[in-house]
Design a protein around this ligand. Structure first.
Ligand SMILES: Nc1nc2c(ncn2[C@@H]2O[C@H](COP(=O)(O)OP(=O)(O)O)[C@@H](O)[C@H]2O)c(=O)[nH]1
Ligand SMILES: [Mg+2]
Length: 372
């Protein structure tokens, strides 16, 4: 099954119509039979304002392909996605909204994705280092007769102090939805494709993320590559191949997928538009709801709500604690031989406090959940 959606740059150059070794047509590439069925579904058509993606695109030449895709994205961009207040969604409708959570490290482009989807500035976009997103926050849309909530989250970061707050915020938000009975349609994990090596923080963050989801939820994980415009096609392809075989192996093996994203198809015809991905996640969830393949909960939701665990006891919580303890050890080692230790001491105290607080604060979380 093809796993990287949207990047087969060489195929573009060599002309359409030819199959890749993975059986795809070399353009948008995702073409397992199941994917194809989703793209052709009534659900997908409705979300896209009555148009099936790639409608009328015959794979018979680059010009024609590019023209077709431009036409499609012009239409999808021209289709209104009205922003509506969350309260009116959460309290006002009989049907569950389609919830899609966007996660990933600080600077990955989560808030930008929300804005690109809305085609207006809803979330505050930061720079690559400092997170501007302090809380887990949903943005409501009315689309194709459905309510959709895109959830922006604060990403974790190299400054370890904030990781506990991030996990707690997201886990709490998810637990609350589960308690209310609303499924989470999918999680888009954004990954900055321009960062030139897999930093320790990325490895840890993805491991914690995996534990948060649990293997049963991997097929609802959509890894989105952001910052694709900042790397060459060759680098993007090489990097993705490496990540697929190492860091993302388990998630992909469990049914997850990778998508190379762009927000602007005027200039870039090889990647997947953020709107298209969001609608694909939504449509595949809706189709699943009509069959036995219902979107189940994330591991963290069951752990917190069904098993009444504190955050520290959950798999994601344990992984975070392990990471924090390891980092603490690293700082302690650095301290020996450092003249001015004030800065290090501050960091270390912060981590110690976080490790302690993880248990007491999650008791508060459990109490809050009990009231729902
Ligand atoms: N060139 C480029 N910049 C991006 C992309 N996605 C995000 N950015 C920039 O990266 C920075 C961080 O984005 P933001 O959405 O705040 O990241 P967040 O911390 O994940 O919410 C901002 O300056 C964005 O404009 C992308 O795909 N390409
Ligand atoms: Mg943000």
């Amino acid at each position: 099954m093809p796993l990287v959606r949207g990047i087969q740059p060489d195929q573009m150059r060599s002309g359409g119509g030819k199959g890749n070794e993975d059986g795809t047509n070399g353009l948008f590439t995702l073409r397992s039979n199941a994917d194809e069925a989703i793209l052709k579904s009534e659900e997908y058509r409705k979300l896209n304002g009555g148009m099936i993606a790639f409608d009328g695109i015959e794979v018979s030449g680059d010009d024609k392909q590019q023209g077709g895709i431009r036409k499609f994205f012009k239409r999808i961009k021209g289709t209104k996605r009205p922003v509506i207040p969350l309260e009116s969604i959460e309290h006002g409708s009989e049907e569950y909204p389609i919830i899609i959570v966007v996660m990933g490290l600080t600077g990955a482009g989560k808030s930008k994705l929300v804005n690109d989807y809305a085609e207006e500035t809803l979330a505050v976009v930061g720079d690559k280092q400092a997170s501007q997103t302090k809380e887990t926050k949903g943005y409501g849309f009315s689309i194709g007769g459905k309510h959709l909530i895109l959830v922006d989250t604060p990403g974790s970061n190299d400054t370890v102090g904030s990781d506990k707050d991030c996990l707690e915020g997201v886990a709490g938000w998810m637990a609350e939805r589960y308690k209310k009975g609303t499924p989470i349609a999918g999680v888009i994990y954004l990954y900055d494709a321009s960062s030139n090596r897999v930093k320790g923080s990325m490895r840890n963050d993805f491991t914690i993320f995996q534990k948060l989801c649990g293997p049963d939820y991997f097929r609802r994980v959509f890894i989105g590559l952001s910052h694709c415009d900042a790397v060459s096609a060759k680098t993007l392809e090489d990097r993705t191949q490496e990540l697929k075989s190492l860091l993302w192996k388990d998630v992909l093996g469990g049914g997850g997928s990778v998508w190379a994203l762009t927000a602007d198809h005027e200039s870039e015809a090889r990647k997947v538009d953020v709107r298209e991905l969001v609608h694909f996640v939504a449509a595949s969830h809706l189709l699943g709801l009509d069959s036995s393949r219902v979107t189940g909960p994330l591991a963290i939701q069951r752990e917190l709500v069904d098993f009444h665990m504190t955050l520290a006891k959950t798999e994601a919580g344990k992984e975070l604690r392990r990471t924090l303890a390891e980092y603490l050890k690293h700082l302690e080692e650095r301290k020996t031989g450092t003249y001015d230790t004030r800065e290090l001491e501050l960091q270390m105290n912060q981590i110690r406090r976080d490790l302690e607080k993880m248990t007491s604060l999650s008791h508060q979380l459990l109490k809050a959940l009990a009231l729902i």
